[in-house]
Design a protein around this ligand. Structure first.
Ligand SMILES: Nc1nc2c(ncn2[C@@H]2O[C@H](COP(=O)(O)OP(=O)(O)OP(=O)(O)O)[C@@H](O)[C@H]2O)c(=O)[nH]1
Length: 320
């Protein structure tokens, strides 16, 4: 492990003997120091650089992450890795497979000339939230590239974004979609991003009761940090899994969504079930909330989701 990475631990051992600082204070200060070290990686100008992946055992930042992603040198050093060795390894192991890059870091350019852009001044910020491992990155990558790569993504560190244009009734709605780290230790970083979010996609994993139980805690956080009128959608991901693996029934998800008055659907990043629909519903709801039209303002995302889910359980075209 490199000296950089060890510094937090060294601080802890030194300061635990310090009679002027109790353990809680020490831990708090170390966490602040760690966060400030991490914070520098979130300020990279490029969206690609704002995303760091690493493997659970901390041996290496994820080589795959988003296809074509190359962590900054400092990020690798932060995890005690030699950047030259890692870049070489990544080139060898992964770049050949993922040479298309993550295509939609630029806006998708819609060919439909007659469609107008809804509120061109705003990229509507949409954030994926939920416990670590529920499938946020897979969900976004599926939406973005149409591909699912089982087990390809290791835990997200911090945040990353992509931009998409969704066509709602011949109007383009720009979504700026943020993928966040589900791990508790990055929570304080992601909180900062809730504030100006227009929509939140809150995921749990239908094969993990814990991730479902934690939804209530996520909703408490959302209430605390997000704007009051934020569009929230609860998604039970990994719906493709067999019934023997399933720990959360569909109607449990529905009940919870009703209790909190949020839209709900089950999804699968693997099969694409409702992936497009989730973003379409979000775009539609955002547009309707910001429009003067009485008819459109009456649009209810939950009814829309219900209607669409029963009409078609797979990916929908973007224009409806
Ligand atoms: N069967 C199935 N597996 C999925 C699905 N979505 C994700 N997975 C798998 O679940 C694991 C975790 O997926 P990720 O996309 O990395 O999860 P995450 O929520 O981004 O995790 P963090 O980055 O730690 O917050 C991976 O092994 C994925 O292949 C799905 O819809 N179906």
């Amino acid at each position: 492990m490199a000296e950089d990475q060890k510094s937090g631990t060294d601080d802890a051992s030194t300061l635990s003997d310090d009679v002027f600082e109790d353990q809680a204070e020490t831990e708090k200060r170390i966490e602040q120091k760690r966060q400030s070290e991490l914070a520098q990686y979130y300020n990279y100008p490029s969206a690609l650089n704002s995303r760091l992946h690493y493997e659970e055992d901390h041996r290496a930042p994820s080589p795959s992450g988003y296809p074509g992603y190359k962590p900054p040198r400092e990020a690798l050093q932060f995890y005690g890795l030699d950047p030259d060795v890692e870049y070489e390894r990544r080139n060898r192991d992964y770049y050949d497979d993922y040479d298309d890059g993550w295509r939609s870091y630029k806006y998708d350019d819609d060919e439909n000339e007659c469609s107008r852009l809804f509120d061109p001044t705003i990229s509507h910020k949409t954030i994926l939230l939920g416990d670590s491992g529920v499938g946020k990155t897979s969900f976004l990558v599926k939406y973005n590239t149409g591909e699912f790569r089982a087990g390809s993504f290791s835990a997200t560190v911090g945040i990353a974004l992509t931009n998409k244009i969704v066509l709602v009734d011949n109007t383009k709605v720009k979504l700026q979609i943020w993928d966040t780290a589900g791990q508790e230790r990055f929570r304080s970083v992601t909180h900062a991003y809730y504030r100006d979010a227009h929509a939140l996609l809150l995921l749990y994993d239908v094969t993990s009761k814990t991730s479902f139980d934690n939804i209530r805690a996520w909703l408490v956080e959302i209430k605390e940090y997000a704007q009051e009128d934020v569009v929230i959608m609860l998604l039970g991901n990994k719906a493709d899994c067999s019934s023997s693996d399933r720990q959360v029934k569909r109607d449990e998800g529905e009940r919870l969504a009703r209790e909190y008055n949020v839209a709900f659907m089950e999804t699968s990043a693997k099969t694409g079930l409702n992936v497009e629909l989730a973003f379409l519903a979000v775009a539609r709801q955002i547009k309707c909330r910001r429009t003067e039209s009485i008819d459109e303002a009456r649009f209810n995302v939950q009814d829309f989701v219900k209607e669409q889910s029963s009409a078609k359980e797979t990916c929908l075209p973007c224009s409806m």
